[in-house]
Design a protein around this ligand. Structure first.
Ligand SMILES: [Zn+2]
Length: 175
């Protein structure tokens, strides 16, 4: 009984942490790109990653996603098979393997010094922005043939959704 209660308390606290973190991320960024990776591959040394993985990475992403969509911002998931760690963000050279314990490495092609996590984060960001451009391009190509219909899709693809006006059912749920 006691254990269950303590556990519940901890869970609530972490959930609260995830809510705050996702809120801050959404408030401070127009576009959010995440890697939908297996949690075990997440940076074992990072305190942040630890707190998130305990609460559930998937749960955290769900919070991020709905908060971003609610605010009319763009949320993008990069596929987990995208080699974000092994690719040099500078010259795009890809090393064969990069064991988890290696935190810093030098690109054998261009000589850039990498912090493993920062390099991976840059690659994820770049990949997310690239896929966003592709999406927008595809939508704008369709636009020429079905102009009226596509106009709505352009708005959705760039994440610029129309926010509900005050006083609608939406805002009363949010409040
Ligand atoms: Zn390089």
């Amino acid at each position: 009984m006691k254990v269950a209660r303590v556990h519940e308390k901890i869970t609530r606290c972490r959930e609260d942490f995830c809510h705050k973190l996702s809120r801050n991320l959404v408030d401070e960024n127009q576009v959010i790109v995440v890697e939908n990776l297996a949690v075990n591959n997440l940076v074992r040394n990072s305190k942040l990653a630890k707190s998130i993985s305990d609460a559930g990475w998937g749960q955290f992403l769900t919070m991020l996603k709905y908060k971003a969509e609610w605010e009319g911002k763009t949320y993008i998931e990069v596929d987990r098979f995208f080699p974000s760690s092994k690719t040099c963000h500078h010259c795009l050279y890809q090393v064969d393997s990069l064991p988890l314990e290696i935190r810093n490495w030098e690109c054998p092609s261009c000589g850039t010094q990498h912090d493993r996590d920062i390099n991976a984060a840059r690659n994820i960001r770049n990949e997310g922005l690239r896929s966003l451009q592709v999406r927008n391009f595809e939508v704008s190509s369709k636009c020429k043939t079905h102009s009226r219909q596509a106009a709505g899709r352009v708005a959705a693809a760039s994440g610029q959704r129309v926010r509900p006006a005050k006083g609608t059912a939406f805002s009363s749920i949010a409040g």
